[in-house]
Design a protein around this ligand. Structure first.
Ligand code: ADP
Length: 458
């Protein structure tokens, strides 16, 4: 069921309950008031009759008969019976035999004085009247035709009013719910317009600070993040394609030139060597791209285990030596690190090895002496790895940018690379809830500082 229909029905239900309860109270209060009023009028008429009968020295029926005919406040079908103490009927105007009395009623009246009761559509009163002659029981009966008519009209009016109110409640509820939900319907319509090609569209947040505005603002923030993420991915794909195309174009060009004519053995050898270099850099780039994808997609911490940082460093050192015999990676542990347990972090060993190797490789690559010093220390539950080189340094305005994927510094001209190394390091360190800091000045070397939380607080 739509929210609008549900709200309207709830509105109608609440309204109907209120109106019906009010109508019922009005009806029953009026009926009870009319009833009490009718009994009181009937009784006072019957007592007037009794008084007329016994007011003079003699007991005279004709005065009562005359009064009953002329009485301007005479009730419909009114009849009176007066009975004396010896149970003789002194007066009886009940021609239709409405008053069906027995002697228990007479006795009860003599004891309780006033009794009211109903018989079909007739109301009856039985009253004790004391005159100077005797004590009499005055019985009276009449139909409250006006009261019955009044109550019938009242019932009709109230039923009509209830039905009318329910219709008004329904219409008002429908309009009100429609108005209240309009911002929501607008939001839905707008959200349906947003697609991958129109991620710049935003929902109308309105001017208010109500829940719907907050929802729209939150939704817009989410769209902002998605848009940013989408463009980052798009740039990444464009850059990756470009980086992959460069060596492939080079290989293609070299092969085409090679095949133009017959070549000597040495020429083939040289060309194939150069093609091999391009293929190697393609493999390195593809591996790094795969690692980037892996680190960004794998859920955090799923593949983590206890990893000894010193072992990661030794392994990374070996890896670098294997590919570059000239590279020198010097590792020094702070004297406070006396136990291997002081260097254990929770993480992914192969990823940490890639991060350490990438920074070390850069240190060697961008330093004339082809060397990097790694110092390790720990304090406050964190282990710090500082990679220092005495190389060309990074221009200060580029210190942040070098961590972005595919960004190559202005200092990298003529030096081989893809611009993925440090971006991958940052992604790996983020995944391990660590931090990366770069301190560098052109000409005076670079310091890359990694901090990682230790598995056991030392
Ligand atoms: P690549 O080295 O393949 O260009 P990286 O992502 O590893 O890509 O590094 C990004 C940029 O940061 C490099 O192009 C270079 O300008 C700069 N850089 C990184 N490490 C150093 C360093 N140790 N010394 C000087 N510049 C560096």
């Amino acid at each position: 069921m739509k929210i609008r229909t549900r709200l309207t029905l709830q509105f109608v239900l609440i309204g109907a309950v209120i109106v019906i309860l009010s109508s019922l109270s009005i009806y029953f209060a009026s009926a009870s008031f009319r009833k009490a009023d009718f009994y009181s009028r009937l009784r006072s008429n019957s007592l007037i009759a009794a008084r007329l009968m016994f007011e003079a020295d003699d007991i005279d029926k004709t005065r009562v008969e005359k009064m009953e005919v002329d009485n301007p406040v005479k009730l419909h079908d009114e009849a009176t019976i007066i009975i004396n103490f010896r149970d003789d009927t002194l007066y009886n105007s009940d021609k239709k035999k409405l008053i069906d009395f027995d002697y228990t009623l007479i006795e009860r009246t003599r004891l309780h004085e006033n009794i009211n009761f109903r018989k079909g559509i007739y109301a009856l009163t039985s009253t004790l009247y004391t005159s100077r002659f005797d004590r009499f029981v005055v019985l009276a009966a009449a139909t409250d035709t006006d009261g019955i008519y009044f109550l019938r009209r009242l019932r009709l009016i109230l039923v009509m009013a209830c039905l009318g109110s329910i219709i008004v409640f329904f219409a008002a509820g429908w309009i009100y719910a429609g108005k209240a939900l309009k911002p929501m319907s607008d939001m839905v319509a707008r959200a349906e317009e947003i697609s991958i090609s129109s991620l710049n569209l935003r929902l109308d947040e309105g001017k208010g600070s109500d829940e719907i505005s907050k929802l729209a603002a939150t939704f817009n923030k989410m769209l902002g993040r998605l848009e940013k993420g989408f463009y980052v991915q798009k740039d990444f794909i464009a850059n990756a394609s470009h980086e992959l195309r460069t060596p492939l174009t080079a290989i293609n060009g070299q092969l085409e030139v090679l095949m133009m004519k017959d070549r000597s053995g040495d020429e083939y050898k040289n060309a194939l060597g150069s093609i091999l270099d391009d293929i190697r850099s393609l493999i390195t780039l593809t591996n790094k791209l795969l690692l980037m994808a892996r680190t960004s997609s794998e859920s955090d911490g799923n593949t983590f285990s206890e990893v000894r940082i010193d072992e990661v460093l030794w392994q990374a050192q070996d890896d670098i030596h294997r590919f570059n015999k000239n590279a020198r990676v010097n590792i020094s542990l702070h004297e406070s690190l006396t136990d291997a347990d002081q260097m254990v972090v929770r993480g992914d060993e192969s990823l940490l090895r890639v991060a350490v190797a990438n920074i070390s490789e850069n240190g060697c690559k961008y330093s004339p002496d082809n060397s990097v010093d790694i110092s390790v220390s720990q304090s406050g539950g964190l282990i710090t790895l500082t990679f220092s080189d005495k190389g060309i340094g990074i221009p200060p305005e580029e210190a942040d940018k070098v961590l972005q994927p595919f960004y190559r510094g202005s200092n990298s001209t003529g030096i081989q690379g893809t611009g993925i190394g440090l971006a991958l390091v940052r992604q790996i360190i983020d995944k391990h809830k660590g931090k990366i800091n770069i301190e560098s000045a052109p000409g005076s070397g670079t310091k890359v500082i990694l901090t990682l939380p230790l598995s056991v607080k030392a």
